[in-house]
Design a protein around this ligand. Structure first.
Ligand code: F6R
Ligand code: MN
Length: 201
């Protein structure tokens, strides 16, 4: 039987961190998101000013045998590159069938889903106290459209794993951009061809 200390963790909301059974910490800065934002000029300008923190992910260190669950606490900062809001890299699970449940603890934004087979997208509200279900085979990206950090807990099978986009499928097919002070979901192609050039990008 496990020791109780291996089975309990605490949310430190002020630090957006886990205490107790804390595992690895991933820190992603602007430079780690190279090639993902549509507005390359705005990205390069922002990066030349500062390699800003975009998000952190603290994994819990719970048991990780076959059948176990794991969870991670994400903190995604508010910000924009051009019209696009700050987002996470986004991934499929290595074990494609693995679903994920997210609990939103603070902030506001969206979860962008993209089915790996059909390419269909869904934009789900991601707001405090919201529970969001990410089915298997869906690439998922968290987007912060608010002005405070978006803090959330994601729970998956321990063996879910991460599969980040490779060069032949480099990014999501949709973007979430600010239009007249509001977030709008748009085809990446349409945004690239019709929208950003009009703005002189
Ligand atoms: C775990 C999960 C989240 C993300 C986190 C960061 O399966 O979905 O904990 O890992 O939101 O996003 P990525 O991993 O895409 O950089
Ligand atoms: Mn995931």
């Amino acid at each position: 039987m496990y020791d109780p200390s291996q089975l309990v963790s605490y949310l430190d909301m002020a630090a957006a961190d886990l205490l107790g059974t804390a595992g690895s910490l991933t820190v992603r800065r602007l430079s780690d998101l190279n090639g993902l934002f549509e507005d390359i000029d705005a990205y390069n300008k922002a990066l030349s000013r500062e390699n800003s923190l975009v998000y952190t992910v603290r994994e819990a260190a719970f048991p990780s045998d076959e059948g176990d669950l794991t969870c991670a606490l994400g903190k995604l900062m508010p910000g924009q590159i051009g019209d696009e809001y700050y987002f996470t890299k986004g991934h499929l699970h290595q074990w494609r069938e693995a679903a994920e449940i997210y609990l939103v603890l603070s902030g506001e934004g969206f979860m962008l889903l993209e089915d790996e087979k059909s390419g269909e997208s869904r934009l789900l509200p991601f707001q405090r106290n919201g529970l969001v279900y990410v089915p298997g085979h869906a690439a998922h990206r968290t987007i912060n459209t608010g002005d405070s950090p978006l803090v959330y807990l994601g729970i998956t099978p321990a063996r879910a794993g991460h599969d980040y986009f490779t060069d032949d499928h480099k990014n999501f097919l949709k973007v979430v951009v600010e239009v007249s002070d509001k977030p709008v979901l748009m085809d990446r192609e349409d945004y690239h061809r019709f929208y950003s050039p009009l703005k002189g990008h």
